[in-house]
Write a protein that binds this ligand. Structure first.
Ligand code: FE
Length: 254
């Protein structure tokens, strides 16, 4: 399988600290049945700076190291880009790196918030031929409280990626339940690991797909897996018509 979101590159962000951790993550990925993984370091924030060219160079080095270790995992370059007002300019300046230089770009919101300019920015990205993929919407407090925000963005062409561990309940029952609601409402298109290490933020892809298989059947698993393959081919992905989520009262009660 293909994993579209990981922090497997050594020493660039809060993922693998060094090459030996990257190698351990690679071994775990292969155990999970992953053959291709996109390295998606955080682009810019207070602590890190990972522009396009640096990531591409680091990915070449990691692939060489994995070959030497005889680990059968292909690493592709990508980036988890924290949304910012000048993203289009960043793309034009060659700082933003879509997944393996396809049209698909991972976009992260801060965990509590969706900026008001998002819809306009996504429109501008799309006119440049890019397709924004919102990462882990199920962990965003504003989206949990007002899923209509996500519906509007998906309706206008954005895609979304739910984190495997969220489906497994690792981030709590509320986030698990919301993840499943997103699947029910056709508001997500990909499952990815967002793995940071092999201990507390590991892959959980197989486990998540097992849950999806039990709840929705093998066809749904196939659809998500196929979509991840289509992204790295730069092809169009499968999309069902998105539906609105009715906010459950459940979310108000803590
Ligand atoms: Fe991430």
């Amino acid at each position: 399988m293909v994993d579209l979101h990981s922090h497997i590159l050594p020493g660039v962000d809060d993922g693998a600290r060094d090459l030996s951790e990257s190698v351990n993550m690679a071994k775990k990925a292969v155990e999970q049945g992953i053959h291709t993984i996109v390295a998606t370091p955080h682009h810019l924030n207070n602590r890190y700076e990972n522009p396009k060219q640096t990531i591409i160079e680091r990915v070449i080095e990691l692939n060489q190291a994995l070959q030497e270790e005889k680990i059968d995992l292909n690493v592709l370059p990508g980036q988890e880009t924290r949304i910012y007002g000048e993203m289009v300019e960043g793309y034009e300046k060659g700082e933003i790196l879509p997944i393996d230089n396809t049209q698909y770009v991972l976009v992260e919101f801060s965990s509590g918030h969706v900026p008001r300019y998002t819809e306009k920015l996504f429109y501008d990205l799309q006119t440049k031929g890019l397709i924004p993929v919102i990462v882990h919407p199920e962990r965003n407090q504003e989206i949990i409280e007002r899923p209509e925000i996500l519906y509007q963005l998906v309706e206008k062409g954005a895609l979304t990626q739910v984190t495997a561990a969220s489906i497994c309940g690792d981030f709590g029952k509320k986030i698990k339940s919301f993840s499943l609601q997103l699947i029910d409402a056709n508001l997500t298109h990909f499952i990815a690991s967002d793995a940071h290490n092999t201990i507390n933020r590991t892959f959980k892809m197989r486990e998540a797909y097992d849950i999806i298989k039990t709840k929705y059947g093998t066809e749904m698993v196939y659809l998500f897996r196929e979509n991840a393959e289509l992204v790295i081919e730069g092809s169009h992905v499968y999309k069902e018509v998105p539906e609105r989520i009715k906010k459950k009262r459940f979310f108000n009660i803590f």
